[in-house]
Structure formats: structure tokens, C-alpha cells
Design a protein around this ligand. Structure first.
Ligand code: SF4
Ligand code: SF4
Length: 220
């Protein structure tokens, strides 16, 4: 019988102790709420207080060097494919079309002054697959591919996780492909006509004789 009451006493003491701890943290959290804001660098170093954020009403600012959602400034993209080749999970898809000679000015230059020689009708990033490793960003020669501070980009529809950055519509891309084919055909025709008319390639200049070393002239 004494053991029975002893167990009841232990249970009551345990519950009271637990409730005391819970209430202490509860009132401590209420008291501390607002003292250390989420902008405080030591927010998560607080021993006491409310550390749980009321997300999405409250969010922690992302660090400046964070690697989150990718963004491609397509105006600076030269369609070199280096990011696509470097991506370990193959979540970048690129299609390019060579720019015809008369379109170079229309295609323009990058902000760094580099002439763009490729249209990029398709530049898709599947951010659902992207593991934000940053390899693609590090190999991009024009620094147009960057990580943004956007950390929350969840979607209900998975297809919305495929981001499109291409700089031509399908109709425009088709027109550019046809234009390139016409340019190629015109070049081939001109080359064939030149060959038929017997135009020989310009003769190579005769190699100059190597100058004699000074020692030979002196009879050494
Ligand atoms: S961050 Fe990594 S996984 Fe994501 S696209 Fe770039 S290379 Fe691929
Ligand atoms: S590496 Fe940079 S410039 Fe080259 S295709 Fe990718 S995003 Fe464009």
C-alpha cells in the first residue's frame, strides 16, 4: 500500500516539476519576445527566450553569401553551355542557335562588352532538382548565372519549378534557324561557284632562309 502512494507522489512531483519548467520557459519566451529581433546576429545563440519564428510572417534574413535560388540574367548569357556541362545533376537544359552575320548587332553584347554569338531560345533550370552546389555559377564566364537570396520558392505544381530564361520565343527561334540555314546554303553555294570557276587558293609565301649565325661569318 505504501508503494502505491509513493508512486502517486512521484508522479505528482514529476508532473509538477515538468509543468514548472514548461511555464518558466513559456513566460520567459513571452518576456523575451521582441528583445532580440530576427535581425540580431546572436538570435539563435540565446539560451532563453523564443527561438521559434512565426513563419512566414517572420523570416530570417538570408546571408549575403548564401546559395539559394538560381537566376540567369539572359542578357549577359553567351550560350557557352559550360554551366550545363558542369552541373552534376543535369538540371540545366540549353539550346542555342548560332547568330548570323547580319544579326550580330541585333543580338548585341554583354554588359562586359563581349559580342554575343549565340541565341539562347531555351535556358531552363529545374530548381526542383537543383542542389544549389554553385558549380554552374563558378564556371559561368560572364557571371550572368547567380544565386539569389530567395530561399523559399515552394510550389504546389511541380511544373512551376522549371524556370525558363530563354531569349527567343519558339516562333522567333524557328525563324533564326531558317535564317542560319539560308546563310549556310549561301556560303556553300559561293564556295562551290568559286571552286567551279577554278579560283585557286592564294600561294603560300616562300619561307625566308634562316639567318646565318654571326660566328659562321667570322669563320669560327
Ligand atoms: S547549383 Fe549545382 S545543381 Fe544547381 S544548377 Fe548549378 S550546378 Fe546544377
Ligand atoms: S555558363 Fe553562363 S554564359 Fe555560359 S551558358 Fe551558362 S549561364 Fe550562359
Amino acid at each position: 500500500m505504501s508503494e502505491y502512494f509513493s508512486n502517486i507522489k512521484t508522479s505528482a512531483t514529476t508532473i509538477a516539476t515538468g509543468m514548472a519548467i514548461t511555464l518558466r520557459h513559456f513566460f520567459n519566451a513571452v518576456n523575451r519576445k521582441g528583445d532580440a529581433g530576427i535581425d540580431d546576429a546572436d538570435y539563435f545563440k540565446q539560451v532563453d527566450g523564443l527561438c521559434t519564428l512565426q513563419y512566414p510572417r517572420e523570416v530570417i534574413p538570408t546571408p549575403v553569401n548564401a546559395r539559394y535560388r538560381l537566376y540567369n540574367n539572359i542578357d549577359d548569357c553567351i550560350g557557352c553551355n559550360q554551366c550545363d556541362r558542369a552541373c552534376p545533376v543535369e538540371c540545366i537544359t540549353i539550346e542555342t542557335i548560332k547568330v548570323t552575320a547580319d544579326d550580330l548587332a541585333v543580338c548585341g553584347k554583354t554588359s562586359g562588352g563581349q559580342q554575343k554569338r549565340m541565341w539562347v531560345p531555351v535556358f531552363d533550370i529545374d530548381v526542383a532538382k537543383c542542389m544549389t552546389c554553385g558549380i554552374c555559377v563558378s564556371v559561368c564566364p560572364t557571371e550572368c548565372l547567380v544565386h539569389t537570396p530567395v530561399a523559399d520558392f515552394s510550389e504546389f505544381d511541380l511544373s512551376n519549378m522549371l524556370y525558363h530564361y530563354g531569349n527567343l520565343s519558339k516562333i522567333e527561334a524557328e525563324a533564326k534557324r531558317k535564317k542560319l540555314e539560308l546563310e549556310k546554303a549561301a556560303k556553300e553555294k559561293a564556295a562551290a561557284e568559286a571552286a567551279a570557276s577554278g579560283a585557286a587558293p592564294a600561294p603560300k609565301p616562300a619561307p625566308k632562309p634562316a639567318p646565318k649565325p654571326a660566328g659562321n661569318e667570322a669563320g669560327e
